[in-house]
Design a protein around this ligand. Sequence first.
Ligand code: ATP
Ligand code: MG
Length: 175
Amino acid sequence: PRPQAVALGPLICDVVTQNKEPARRAGIQLRFVETGLIVRADPGLLAVMLQNLVSNAVKYAPKAKVLVGCRRRGKTISIVVIDNGIGIAAEHQPHLFDEFYRVQHLGRNVEGMGLGLAIVHRMARLIGIGVELRSSLGRGTCVTLTGVPVTDLPAPPTTISTASQSLLHGMQVLL
Ligand code: ATP
Ligand code: MG
């Protein structure tokens, strides 16, 4: 990992933009809360982790709402990806970070390798942050990346796509 100062808002925005089209096809409202926070992290790894979480929410939460947000707790922040989709039964939850573990959701056949959450879990350990999953069958799922360190250092200017910029424009600044 190569930790550096990263502007979180544009990074989340890029991930959301990448998932906008699949979300639209699935009838999902995909939102995020803009944040002016700068974190110290490897931007590539963080983006891969968020991409896995957001794409899961979009895949498994048809017609639902998906929200990406963050919360500051002192010198660290948590990033959450929440959906109000189909949820995951309690019996499966202890195994979700295992490689190739998948859940047979009743009446739904969604493609995947069962690797996304295992990758997120490994990367979290690699960069020293936490990952917590809470889910309730039929109600939704919430995955939180915890303990991402905030930094006061300025982030280098980010080059984000025009699509991201227009999405970013008009977003609510919460933190
Ligand atoms: P891959 O990510 O490799 O394409 P995958 O999505 O099946 O495949 P994971 O991302 O590791 O693999 O997820 C494991 C299982 O957890 C999924 O098969 C799915 O059943 C369940 N799951 C993950 N995220 C959600 C979610 N947001 N809502 C409901 N079920 C989920
Ligand atoms: Mg996945």
